[in-house]
Design a binder for this molecule. Structure first.
Ligand code: HEC
Length: 229
């Protein structure tokens, strides 16, 4: 190969010496092999467009079938968030509410709230939180028990032969907890059955009756409770 031929085949050699013609020749190769960059956008591939549209379609059908009453009537739509609502029962109507089992609901409340102090087994914590198991306050007077929950209890109290002096918060309507009468009746029904030797259940109506019949806003003392029937 002559010098001239080598230069022609490899343009990196002696670039300074390349003629216009040679540069043109090199560029023509590049132009042929690489596409010119261009502005603008490329449309979405058709199959992707089809796929996304059919997914949206399928999901809409799925939602209509499994919406669980969410879109049936404005006021009732919120029932879907109610723990007692069972969509399997609804059969088109969104306002069918399951019967609540007070023992199940009460146990849930007890383990989530009361057990932090009174312990899951109802044993309490010696010297700090009185036991519920074996306590006359639990198995005895319904009126005293409801009042302990609705209004709270403070000061010295004798439980199963030992005196405690602590502070039990109020849970009733208007308190910081602001529980409904139904929740109070469930948890009391549960502790009476579980720790009170099977004492009679507490009804929602009885809790409402006692709460509405009193304008009390402070915690009870044990002495005041003992004056009640
Ligand atoms: C923050 C801790 C705490 C929580 C939570 C709590 N208690 Fe109490 N409870 C106490 C204390 C302390 C006393 C004793 C008050 C006193 O010494 O005057 C008490 C007393 C009682 C009594 C009367 C005494 C006895 O032991 O029989 C009952 C009944 C009772 N609680 C039930 C409950 C129930 C039901 C719950 C859940 C809804 C609950 N408590 C949640 C702290 C708590």
């Amino acid at each position: 190969m002559s010098d001239e031929e080598i230069k022609k085949s490899d343009p990196t050699i002696e670039q300074g010496a390349a003629s216009d013609e040679q540069i043109q020749e090199v560029h023509s190769v590049l132009l042929r092999e690489k596409r010119e960059p261009s502005e603008g956008y490329t449309p979405m591939p058709l199959f992707l467009l089809g796929f996304v549209s059919s997914m949206i379609f399928i999901v809409s059908i799925y939602f209509i079938h499994y919406r669980g009453g969410l879109t049936e009537g404005i006021g009732e739509a919120a029932m879907i968030y109610d723990e007692r609502f069972d969509p399997k029962l609804h059969g088109g109507a969104a306002n069918v509410v399951k019967e609540v089992d007070p023992m199940v609901a009460g146990k849930k409340v007890y383990t989530q709230v009361c057990a932090t102090c009174h312990q899951v087994t109802g044993s309490g914590v010696p010297g700090v939180y009185p036991p519920l198991a074996g306590s006359d306050w639990v198995s005895g007077s319904e009126e005293r028990l409801i009042n302990i929950l609705v209004h709270g209890l403070a000061g010295p109290v004798e439980v199963a032969g030992t005196t405690y002096n602590g502070n039990m918060p109020a849970f009733g309507k208007g308190s910081a907890y602001n529980w409904g009468d139904d929740r109070i009746s469930y948890v009391l029904t549960y502790i009476r059955a579980e720790f009170g030797g099977g004492a009679a259940p507490v009804t929602v109506e009885r809790v409402t009756e006692l709460r509405e019949g009193s304008s009390r806003t402070t915690q009870f003392s044990a002495e005041e409770l003992l004056a009640l029937p």
